[in-house]
Design a protein around this ligand. Structure first.
Ligand code: FE2
Length: 351
């Protein structure tokens, strides 16, 4: 952008004003003239010239005060101060206030023109630098915004994918409708009582939701068989944690679910499968899952068993603590209020 070459000349001495006027006209500047600081300020406010050349000592309003007003009105305004020998201190003070330069009277024409040219250049540089900074700041804001949006979309995709997988599993497996929602709620409540850090809750939730994902690999004839399974069929059915592990470990955003998927049929006393892990060898998420899954199986109607009371379920869980279940997890589960358990249960059957 080519800048206007307007200069505001402020001096109470008409002769000086005229001389300055002629000098600047001769160098192709366009000039505005004012008698004193007050008039200068009015002209400045009306025309916003990029450069103001002002005397210091003037009636009504001096150059020092004018400088303050001008810089306040426009921080990019360039100001050059003209000073007599007696006012050098004020001239130096004016530099601290943002004046670009000061020139001693009587004015030397070359010196004045060089100072004016430098003032225009410096002003232009400062403006460009500021605009560049603003541009950078805008870019950073835009890039951050784009990144946040992409991240949100990714999270949404993860969530919907997981939910789709979860409901696909629900529809394939008999009697698990709304089961995963309840077990998810019970597991998180128990994990909080146990003291599991919040940042680990997402993995826990994914694990609970996908624990039986390996059943995708079990033939319908076995999975949906109405009667009891033969020993050979059980052998195939018991492969689902291993199949689930192979599925989940290939998908980076599901990898956190792996401990529960792989170990959700292990038992505290080592009698579970597929690896026969014992005690704390079993990942904590799987130990929590075991307890809340059993609780839900007992307290909710299933095809071959009628729902029992919370008390009956708790008595059964207590009986199995130390055998099937981690006693510390059982204690944490018993600390979850029955009101919360009932609430989770009620919400799971809402449409
Ligand atoms: Fe399972």
């Amino acid at each position: 952008m080519i800048e206007r070459r307007d200069i505001l000349i402020v001096d109470d001495d008409r002769q000086v004003r005229e001389v300055l006027h002629q000098i600047f006209l001769g160098a192709n500047y366009k000039c505005l003239l004012a008698n004193d600081g007050q008039e200068g300020l009015e002209v400045f406010r009306a025309s916003r010239p990029p450069l103001t050349v002002t005397d210091l000592k003037m009636p009504v309003m001096g150059g020092y005060e004018l400088l303050q007003h001008v810089r306040q009105a426009d921080p990019d305004a360039a100001v050059i101060v003209l000073t007599g020998a007696a006012d050098v201190k004020t001239a130096i003070a004016s530099l601290k206030l943002g004046a670009y330069d000061f020139i001693m009277k009587p004015v030397n024409v070359d010196e004045l023109l060089i100072a004016a040219e430098r003032a225009f250049e410096r002003r232009q540089l400062l403006i460009e630098r500021r605009q560049y900074h603003e541009l950078l700041e805008r870019r950073v804001v835009e890039a951050t915004h784009d990144l946040e949006q992409a991240y949100r979309q990714l999270q949404d995709t993860y969530r919907t994918t997981l939910e789709a997988l979860g409901s696909a599993l629900d529809t394939r497996d008999v009697g698990t409708e709304s089961h995963s929602r309840r077990v998810h709620g019970y597991a998180l409540a128990t994990a909080r009582e146990y003291g599991v850090p919040e940042k680990e809750m997402t993995d826990l939730a994914h694990g609970v939701l996908l624990h039986d994902i390996g059943k995708i690999g079990i033939p319908d004839a076995i999975l949906l068989k109405p009667g009891p399974l033969t020993p050979e069929e059980w052998q195939i059915m018991r492969r689902h944690p291993e199949i689930g592990k192979q599925l989940v470990e290939k998908i980076p955003f599901l990898r956190g679910a792996l401990p529960i998927v792989y170990a959700h049929h292990e038992k505290w006393d080592g009698t579970g499968y597929p690896r026969g892990l014992k005690g704390e060898e079993i990942p904590l998420g799987a130990r929590i899952f075991m307890v809340v899954d059993a609780f839900d199986a007992i307290t909710f109607d299933r095809p071959y068993s009628k729902a029992q009371s919370f008390d009956a379920a708790k008595a059964e869980i207590k009986r199995c603590a130390g055998k099937h279940f981690d006693p510390a997890v059982v204690t944490a589960f018993f600390q979850v209020s029955e009101a919360l358990l009932a609430e989770i249960r009620r919400k799971s059957v809402e449409p």
